[in-house]
Write a protein that binds this ligand. Structure first.
Ligand SMILES: NC(=O)c1ccc[n+]([C@@H]2O[C@H](COP(=O)([O-])OP(=O)(O)OC[C@H]3O[C@@H](n4cnc5c(N)ncnc54)[C@H](O)[C@@H]3O)[C@@H](O)[C@H]2O)c1
Length: 274
């Protein structure tokens, strides 16, 4: 008798929001490699040549839908088009998110007291409301069929407050203090109890809801001081590479995690361990 691979994703239909970004694209490539059909819901979709370059191995296993996750009708239209093509998805990865990079201008990285209300609203709109709407529309369709796995993407900055000292070098360099903004942290934090809420709400309906917590990913655009300070604080002494959350995403998406719901899977190089 052949043993069934609990991590198998063959022909699973997986929606990834923000699947054209740094981490989402890695999830997509990993899922495609494992035989899944991946539907990328992204606010903007580049032209065909760029898509080919970013998804060279896809061969009919990836489809792109122009969806703004802050707009319920846009999500519903994306889902309707997807259902016609591949049917109701088995997995939803709520990955799209807005963050403020260390290179952000002072208007959005200054003192808490001056943080612009419109930016607060914009970040909450994408990170929280967008996730809420995708769960309503796509999770709702999965619940009607009595099956599905939802993977929300959190952040260590949604579990703990940022270590602001990491960014202190910027003041010496630019004369302006950089404060890692509150909106990202608060919006990501909300996802943890949202995950638990939905996990219990859909607990007997066959839809599992978990959250994956990544830490910072190395990007070429980050300056050397930021990377050095971040790595200094990190128990493993380095930032994550962009594909290092793939294993956790496969685990949460597949039957390997079939008895797991309402949980937080932390993949953070040890950041939250002290
Ligand atoms: N990169 C990191 O260091 C890091 C660390 C911890 C957590 N995270 C989380 O991981 C997730 C992915 O991060 P990333 O760095 O790959 O992000 P990214 O900025 O590279 O990509 C985000 C994607 O989301 C899309 N998007 C934004 N708003 C949208 C909307 N309204 N509708 C549809 N699509 C929209 C963007 O177009 C982009 O393709 C985010 O939720 C982020 O908060 C990232």
């Amino acid at each position: 008798m052949t043993r069934q691979d609990v991590f198998d994703l063959t022909d699973r239909v997986i929606v990834i929001t923000g699947g054209l970004g740094q981490i989402g694209r890695q999830f997509a490539l990993e899922f495609i490699e494992r035989g899944a059909k991946v539907a990328i819901f992204n606010r903007s979709i580049p032209d065909e040549a760029i898509l080919q370059e970013r998804f060279p191995v896809a061969s009919g296993r990836v489809a792109f839908f122009k969806v703004d996750i802050t707009n319920k009708s846009s999500i519903a239209a994306g889902l309707a088009a997807l259902v016609t093509r591949w049917g109701v998805p088995h997995v939803l990865v709520n990955n799209a998110g807005l963050d403020t990079q260390p290179s952000a201008p002072p208007e959005v990285s200054g003192p808490f007291e001056d943080f612009p209300e419109e930016v607060w609203r914009e970040v909450l709109e994408v990170n929280m409301t967008g996730t809420f709407l995708c769960c309503q529309v796509i999770g709702g369709a999965m619940a009607k069929l009595g099956r599905g796995s939802i993977v929300n993407v959190g952040s260590i900055y949604g579990m703990l407050s940022p270590v602001q000292d990491i960014y202190a070098y910027k003041e010496a360099k630019t004369g302006k203090a950089f404060v890692k903004p509150v909106a990202y942290c608060a919006s990501k934090s909300g996802l943890y109890n949202f995950t638990r809420y939905l996990a219990t709400y859909w607990g007997r309906k066959g839809v599992r809801v978990n959250i994956l917590t990544p830490s910072g990913v190395r990007r070429d655009s980050q300056d050397a001081e930021f990377q050095a300070n971040y790595c200094q604080r990190m128990p493993m002494g380095r930032m994550a590479e962009e594909d290092e959350f793939n294993g956790a995403a496969v685990f949460l998406a597949s039957d390997a995690s079939r008895y797991m719901t309402g949980s937080n899977l932390v993949v953070d190089g040890g950041w939250t361990a002290w």
